[in-house]
Design a binder for this molecule. Structure first.
Ligand code: HEC
Length: 215
């Protein structure tokens, strides 16, 4: 018993440090992707738009509201471009900015089972083109991860790519690199249709496809 307490007391500083570390990690803010000067520039443009709206109010109040609305959207866009991560980031449309998406993916954890459901859903219809066997209209689902790692990333056009980067780009920006032997027919609007969480789930599913690639 005595030994137990002694061990506990010895461990206390370590526990306190771990706890402090966890608190620090929670308070950590995502890195800014634009400078304070760039922020000031964007702020000035937004202020100018609002001043224009104020001038419109007497003659055309509806046009003034329209400007408010658009300026609000532009302000959100500007904050996102400067690295702001909104609290509901997981459920928002993920967009098509690959470096930004790769950063944001740290905020969520992907569920491969849900990814499989999404992949086979009628709404996204990934499965409609990506059947399991090769030689069809699109690369096979089987071995997607292995193929990315062992074949695609050896293409000089993809030098310096990571697998995640390749997979994310393949989904939100399919025309950027068209897999050899296929046409550029994959819908290019998945960035608008998928939330960050959906994308993370799909990636977790694709990353589980690490068997033999039929190609
Ligand atoms: C209309 C058919 C079609 C649909 C729907 C489709 N894809 Fe594709 N996809 C393709 C084709 C064709 C290619 C190969 C050409 C290219 O790289 O764009 C491809 C390439 C890919 C690649 C790269 C595969 C490799 O071997 O390099 C991934 C990953 C991918 N698609 C994932 C998806 C996911 C996830 C969905 C659903 C959200 C989806 N695709 C929906 C046709 C489709």
């Amino acid at each position: 018993m005595f030994n137990y307490f002694r061990r506990l007391i010895k461990a206390l500083p370590l526990l306190a440090l771990t706890f402090a570390g966890m608190m620090a990690a929670q308070n950590e803010e995502p890195a800014l992707t634009c400078t304070a000067a760039e922020m000031a520039q964007q702020q000035a443009a937004l202020a100018q738009a609002l001043a224009a709206a104020a001038n419109q109010m007497a003659d055309d109040p509806y046009a003034a509201l329209d400007t408010w609305f658009k300026t609000g959207a532009a302000a959100q866009e500007a904050a996102l471009n400067c690295g702001y991560v909104p609290p509901d980031v997981a459920t928002r449309a993920v967009g098509a900015d690959v470096p930004r998406i790769l950063n944001l993916l740290d905020e969520v954890s992907g569920d491969p089972l849900n990814g499989q459901l999404l992949y086979n859903s009628d709404t996204l219809a990934c499965y409609g083109c990506h059947v399991t066997q090769a030689g069809e209209a699109a690369p096979a689902l089987d071995g997607t991860y292995t193929r990315a790692e062992e074949t695609r990333l050896h293409d000089p056009a993809l030098a310096d790519y990571t697998i995640s980067q390749y997979l994310v780009e393949s989904i939100v920006h399919p025309g950027q690199y068209v897999s050899p032997g296929y046409d550029n027919v994959m819908p290019n609007n998945y960035g608008e249709r998928l939330s960050l969480q959906d994308l993370a789930d799909l990636l977790a599913y694709l990353e589980s496809q690490d068997g033999e690639s039929p190609e």
